[in-house]
Design a protein around this ligand. Structure first.
Ligand code: CDP
Length: 236
């Protein structure tokens, strides 16, 4: 497999073509952004930590029967993934209230949510990723009804697997964001799963171990990511 030209550069990852039209290289950079790209910093080692963290999670999910784009780790900061047609919505599941849910609805931060809440957001930084529902997705043709159902089903399956994985390591999976794409006509999990796109709290102390440390200027961001990785058994 040969790495070719850059196809796309996102806020934290870049995508490169390969000599195989079905595969691309995901390159995890140290750039860290928040507030739709308004706050950006370089955090040493983040690309490597997230690349390895994501590989571990994607392999765990794949082992649980959830189809993902992940193929293999290539090096410290890069992974080979299937080239998908991305669905332009983000799927969020919340087990505990925090972040935008608290701001939007005025509920208490840290409140346990039963059943968990599911939300769709449109991927659009200029519009600040507005919340959308299944009618918007159908009307504007972002995904078919069957694809919407599949994304919801897979996002909840991920919750079952990962809530347990983090609980076993003394953490609470507060919420997380997933992105899906289409490969060979099927909806599969894409993008990444890392502390950049979820909230994780220590189960005993409720210490934040995720990107909220960066958003809120709490410091120790990478140290927290490494701690999470170590607890769940990721080899760094
Ligand atoms: O992060 P913020 O409070 O603005 O938004 P949220 O709706 O509370 O985010 C829910 C979860 O999705 C958190 O774990 C975020 O880290 C994640 N998320 C993300 O990874 N990317 C986004 N564009 C929006 C949310």
């Amino acid at each position: 497999m040969e790495k070719r030209q850059q196809l796309y550069a996102g806020k934290a990852k870049s995508v490169y073509a390969t000599d195989d039209a079905d595969y691309v290289v995901l390159s995890f950079r140290d750039d860290t952004s928040a507030f739709d790209g308004e706050k950006v910093e370089q955090l040493n080692r983040k690309g490597e930590v997230n690349n390895k963290f994501n590989a571990f999670i994607m392999q765990t999910l794949s082992g649980a029967g959830i189809a993902t784009h992940f193929e293999k780790l290539l090096n410290e900061t890069e992974s080979l993934v299937k080239r998908m047609q991305m669905i332009p919505v983000e799927c969020v599941v919340r087990n505990v209230a925090s972040g935008s849910l608290v701001r939007r609805l005025g509920v208490e931060d840290g409140m346990s949510l039963t059943p968990p809440v599911f939300e769709f957001f449109l991927k659009n930084d200029a519009l600040h990723d507005p919340m959308v529902n299944e009618y918007h997705i159908a009307t504007f043709g972002w995904a078919t009804e069957a694809q919407v159902q599949k994304m919801k089903q897979l996002t909840f399956e991920v919750n079952t697997v990962l809530k347990q994985l983090f609980a076993d390591a003394g953490m609470i999976l507060v919420d997380y964001k997933l992105e899906f794409g289409i490969f060979g006509g099927e909806v599969i999990l894409g993008d990444e799963f890392s502390p950049d796109g979820c909230r994780l709290w220590d189960a005993q102390t409720r210490k934040k171990l995720d990107k909220d440390r960066f958003r809120q200027g709490l410091g120790g961001v990478i140290e927290a990511y490494e701690e999470v990785a170590k607890r769940i058994g990721v080899t760094l």
